[in-house]
Design a protein around this ligand. Structure first.
Ligand SMILES: [Zn+2]
Length: 245
């Protein structure tokens, strides 16, 4: 076990390439951090934030943990949200789950993985809250459905933080989104949660939940693309618009 030579070599090559392509790249990043987005995602190595939406460093403020959970009293996540909203003034907070999430799967299957079981208990709470829907879902779709449910519940948790509510109270524009990423094709799907005021939370939650229920029941419900509301490169809704084809 020595130095991580391959990573350090790769870093040097990357830095040289970036400087070659844009001589001001690093100096402009040093001068200012002004991301428009806060990404709250899973720690899974297959879901790297900036790479998925093809943005360079400096564009997304990131918080990741196992199974993209937003816990009301998690100071780590709250600090990231507070800094992003109050200091960086991000305009969008995006909770990004992914299909095939190992943490969600462990919860669904009742697998013991160790200390992380205590963290994943929050996903267990989501599972218990929606047990009727999950029981009515065919076995092979249950993991997908719980991954989606976990995202919309974490979106609700973001919206209920004092940080986001205070921002809305002072008319600061912040929109909270729920996305899910498919490892199988690299595409992001919106889950119908685009919430820019507390008044919209209950209605958005109910309609997103209803759509999940309909898809779980096998109905071909594709969420409408809303690429005009949040423009990334490439547009996040540029693929099929639904994974139920
Ligand atoms: Zn995951």
């Amino acid at each position: 076990m020595g130095r991580l030579k391959e990573l350090l070599d790769s870093n040097r090559q990357w830095a040289q390439r970036m400087s070659r392509e844009d001589p001001t790249f690093f100096s402009s990043l040093v001068a200012q951090q002004a991301p428009r987005y806060l990404w709250i995602g899973c720690s899974d190595s297959r879901v790297p934030s900036t790479q998925i939406v093809d943005l360079p460093p400096g564009e997304i403020f990131v918080h990741r943990n196992v199974a993209n959970v937003v816990v009301h009293a998690d100071l780590n996540c709250l600090a990231a949200i507070q800094y992003a909203v109050d200091v960086l003034k991000v305009e969008h907070i995006i909770v990004v789950g992914h299909y095939g999430c190992g943490g969600v799967q462990a919860t669904l299957n009742g697998l013991r993985v160790g200390l992380a079981d205590n963290w994943l208990r929050h996903v267990g709470d989501v599972m218990a809250k929606h047990d009727t829907l999950l029981d009515a879902t065919v076995q092979e779709r249950r993991l997908d459905v719980l991954c989606e449910l976990n995202v919309i519940e974490q979106v609700v948790n973001v919206c209920q933080t004092t940080i986001v509510r205070d921002a809305w109270d002072r008319q600061q524009p912040v929109c909270v989104h729920g996305w899910i990423y498919a490892l199988t094709d690299g595409c992001v799907r919106e889950l119908g949660m685009e919430i820019d005021s507390f008044d919209r939370l209950a209605e958005s939650y109910q309609s997103a939940l209803q759509a999940i229920g309909q898809r779980a029941a096998g109905e071909n419900v594709c969420l409408p693309p809303k690429a005009d509301e949040i423009v990334l490169t490439p547009p996040a809704t540029s693929c099929c618009g639904g994974r139920h084809d």
